[in-house]
Design a protein around this ligand. Structure first.
Ligand SMILES: Nc1nc2c(ncn2[C@@H]2O[C@H](COP(=O)(O)OP(=O)(O)OP(=O)(O)O)[C@@H](O)[C@H]2O)c(=O)[nH]1
Length: 341
């Protein structure tokens, strides 16, 4: 089945960018009753959703709501967080620091009305968002009595740290905006690489502490606390200067072969930096990820369903995507009527 391609990628007009003059004032630490909002950011595929899932599982109160923003037109991360949060609001189809900024404002307003049911809100940005855009909503007092920015947690990808910084301004913005760092995928690199990343982070943003890789336990304890030195409020510079990322979203209600999809994902050219898919296999979903050259397959934590229920969703993100041929290749994986009969 065909889905429209999301075009345009990141905002390049500068219309929504924050410049020195427009940058927010230091984030006010409003009353203790205000609902803390933590922003979790990090480049495409760095491990944000994995970290948020760990943080929710470690927090255990069931009183955290999550807003999750994805560049792709079809939401996938919400399904991966299923069951762990009090509620999950998905904002697919655009970046929350530009195209989807109004949506995140509305989602935050909705949660502010339910503040008595919640201890904290986690906002997971898309991989190419500048977290300043979201912090700006809070810092400019849109919901001053109800919500306050607590922490900006930036997940950096240990395996792709240099590549991401070299390739994308967003990766740099996310680092200099952090109050806390999590070094994701440290298990995939040598210990001296993790040490070197820590040293680079300390130079790029000396305000922020590096959290231990303990599956979100340390971060869960910090969710409600307002960062001592909000690095985000110290930053004064323009954002959105990089070329856009495009995404293609495709879905089907037919069961496609996992091996065939995996072979396709592995053969994609390097300009397709990120792929995520939820692939229906019988009564369960299998999550397929590609970040750079690495492909992983995980059983989804989502609910089991009736056979035939649920759709397979595939999102690919990159630069200069050949959308039509990509869709044709995915269409060709759908079994025919005779095969499904
Ligand atoms: N080995 C290892 N894999 C990880 C770790 N964190 C994340 N991953 C894997 O990295 C891939 C991407 O993880 P996600 O948590 O979906 O990344 P994300 O930042 O939410 O991705 P986007 O929302 O697309 O930007 C998945 O295959 C994860 O299993 C980690 O600490 N170690």
């Amino acid at each position: 089945m065909r889905m429209p391609q999301r075009t345009g990628g990141h905002d390049q007009t500068g219309e929504n960018s924050v410049t020195a003059d427009q940058a927010p004032d230091p984030v006010p630490a409003t009353g203790a009753t205000a609902l803390p909002v933590a922003i979790v950011t990090g480049f495409l595929g760095s491990g944000k959703t994995t970290f948020v899932r760990g943080l929710l599982d470690a927090g255990g109160s069931g009183r955290t709501a999550v807003i999750v923003n994805e560049l792709g037109e079809l939401g996938i991360d919400g399904a991966l967080l299923e069951g762990a949060a009090r509620s999950v609001i998905e904002l697919p189809g655009g970046c929350m620091c530009c195209e989807s900024r109004g949506d995140v404002g509305r989602a935050l307003a909705l949660l502010a009305e339910r503040a008595s049911e919640l201890d904290a809100v986690v906002v997971e940005t898309s991989g190419v968002s500048d977290p300043l855009g979201v912090a700006d909503l809070l810092a400019h007092g849109v919901f001053p009595a109800d919500l306050r920015l607590s922490q900006v947690v930036t997940v950096v990808d240990a395996e792709n740290f240099d590549r991401n910084l070299a390739d994308a301004d967003a990766a740099y913005s996310q680092i200099v905006s952090a109050d806390l760092f999590v070094v994701g995928k440290s298990d995939l690199v040598a210990p001296d690489v993790v040490t070197a990343i820590g040293e680079r982070l300390a130079v790029l943003n000396p305000h922020a502490a590096v959290l231990p890789s303990d599956g979100g336990r340390s971060a869960a304890g910090l969710l409600g606390e307002v960062a001592g030195v909000p690095a985000i409020s110290a930053r004064r510079q323009a954002v959105h200067t990089e070329p856009g990322y495009d995404s293609v979203a495709w879905e089907t209600n037919r069961e496609i072969g996992l091996d065939r999809l995996l072979a396709w994902v592995e053969a994609l050219p390097p300009n397709i930096y990120r792929v995520k898919a939820l692939v229906r296999q019988g009564r369960t979903d299998v999550a397929v990820h590609r970040v750079g050259a690495r492909v992983t397959v995980l059983a989804s934590a989502g609910a089991r369903r009736e056979p035939g229920d649920g759709r397979t969703r595939v999102v690919a993100i990159g630069r200069g995507i050949a959308a039509e041929s990509m869709r044709a290749e995915l269409d060709a994986m759908e079994p025919s009527d005779e095969e499904t009969a």
